[in-house]
Ligand binder design. Structure first.
Ligand SMILES: [Zn+2]
Length: 490
């Protein structure tokens, strides 16, 4: 008996140390935006598993050391009984607070993100238009800073009259209340709150909502056609749909012309008008971001070292599918193929970046030219190498399909070894040494042999690059070029 008592006493502190189980209640956010969209007032009712409350994806900019978190005002936190809890600011958007309990949060977000120079551009943070506000979930919401959020998540908006909430989340009832599948879906998504025109359409079971700034409404059909065509190509390329079933695309005008992809959405700027002539620019960005719904967001690299594959294979396959779909003609295709080695050359020779293409992913924005240019050159070289070694039976599309079948599932991640092993499994040759040469070395990758294998000739003098069809190309080289780039419909 005494021994049992002793055992019980010993057990008490142990059980006290174990995490308090989730209380079974949902997490709820309520967001109120004023008429001028100057502030977002947020109230949240959250289960906090651990002792950390966080704003994610915080980026430092001049004047805002804690980035987006420095635009938060009046943060108050209480327990369920309304007793204030002690918050300790840890920096980088993190706060320490007593967890293992349900908390109530109140704070406001100063919606002045468009005044700051965000490293990836304000299209990935928040901005206003005269039709409303684009904002990402990470810019708006605090969340459990641990491994995940427990319990269902709902978000409700209180907006100025006539405004709509456009989100990739599942609507619950009348339009302004949404059910959100996970913390990732909550934070890694772009939202548009306002009056901008929107159109929802279905492509092969994937529901797309396109939000268009008013400058672009007249050309809506150009966007819808490109999205439909490219989506069909990607579904065929990867052998299936992307992980999410509902996507949101937000397009507005801004000189940067840049875009950013999120879990189930992307946010894009277009410079000036959008027409068929400058589709070579805006259509390229749109097709690239759309391809990320598969490569990058469904097929996810283990870490920054495979950013080259995420961005480079995406860029290369964007070029190939735009050409296949007749959205760029051969003249524009060859110009695109000239730009790829030029970006790489700028990274290596002008910027003097000596690290490998893999390492460049660690600091993606400053090393952009090496990640994208070097990454797409490596993807092109890999495609050609696969075809050469398999007598043209296997190329990058087959490799991606095999990778997608194995790694395109929630929580799964791939590494460079997985790419090498999958290639080896497909054609029975070792690819590790080829990949090491292409992406793990700081040496200059000579792309001319790869172009030659496609019946293309690259003449260059420093940054001047001219790609043309080689008149003496073999039948096989021409057929290889056609297999990758030729329009599939006359
Ligand atoms: Zn990208």
């Amino acid at each position: 008996m005494r021994r049992l008592l002793l055992l019980l006493l010993l057990l008490i502190p142990l059980s006290a140390l174990a995490a308090t189980p989730w209380d079974g209640q949902p997490n709820h956010y309520r967001v109120r935006i004023d008429d001028q969209a100057i502030r977002a007032e947020v109230e949240a009712d959250l289960w906090l598993g651990g002792d950390m409350l966080s704003m994610f994806n915080v980026m430092t900019v001049p004047g805002l050391p804690d980035g987006q978190a420095d635009l938060i005002e009046g943060l108050q936190i209480t327990d369920l009984a309304g007793r204030p809890l002690v918050l300790k600011k840890l920096g980088g958007g993190d706060y320490q607070v007593q967890g293992g309990q349900r908390v109530r949060l109140r704070y406001s977000v100063r919606l002045e993100h468009d005044r700051h120079p965000w490293p990836a551009g304000m299209e990935e943070v928040a901005y206003h238009t005269d039709e409303g506000l684009m904002i990402t979930g990470a810019t708006l919401f605090f969340a459990d800073g641990g491994d995940a959020m427990q319990g269902p998540i709902t978000v409700e908006f209180e907006l100025p009259e006539d405004w709509q909430a456009r989100t990739p989340w599942t609507p619950v009832g009348e339009g302004r209340r949404f059910s959100v599948a996970s913390r990732r879906e909550l934070l890694s998504n772009a939202l548009f709150l306002g009056t901008a025109a929107a159109e929802t359409f279905d492509v092969g079971g994937v529901e797309m909502t396109l939000v268009l700034g008013k400058r672009y409404v007249a050309n809506k059909q150009l966007f819808v056609d490109l999205l439909r065509t490219q989506l069909a190509s990607y579904a065929a390329l990867f052998g299936g749909k992307p992980l999410s079933r509902r996507y949101l695309i937000i397009i507005n005008e801004h000189a940067s012309g840049d875009g950013g992809a999120f879990a189930s959405s992307f946010s894009q700027f277009i410079q000036g008008d959008a027409d068929a002539r400058n589709r070579v620019i805006w259509g390229y960005v749109m097709a690239h971001e759309l391809l990320h719904f598969w490569n990058g967001l469904s097929l996810v690299p283990a870490d920054h070292r495979e950013e080259w594959f995420k961005e480079g294979a995406t860029d290369y396959l964007t070029i190939a599918t735009l050409a296949q779909n007749g959205l760029i003609d051969e003249t524009l295709l060859l110009k695109r193929l000239e730009n790829v080695p030029r970006r790489y050359l700028i990274a290596r020779m002008v910027q003097g970046l000596g690290m490998s293409v893999r390492e460049a992913g660690k600091d993606k924005q400053p090393n952009r030219q090496l990640v994208y240019g070097g990454g797409s050159l490596a993807a092109l070289a890999l495609d050609v190498e696969l075809r050469l070694r398999s007598d043209d039976a296997v190329g990058l599309p087959q490799l991606l399909r095999a990778l997608y079948a194995e790694f395109g599932q929630p929580g799964k991640r791939y590494t460079l070894d997985d790419i090498a092993w999958t290639a080896q499994r497909l054609i029975g040759h070792d690819f590790a040494s080829f990949l090491a040469g292409a992406v793990e070395s700081g040496d200059y990758l000579d792309i001319r042999p790869s172009y030659a294998a496609l019946g293309l000739r690259m003449d260059s003098f420093v940054e001047e690059m001219f790609i043309s069809r080689e008149p003496n190309a073999t039948e096989q080289q021409r057929a290889r070029f056609a297999a990758i780039f030729a329009p599939t419909q006359p």
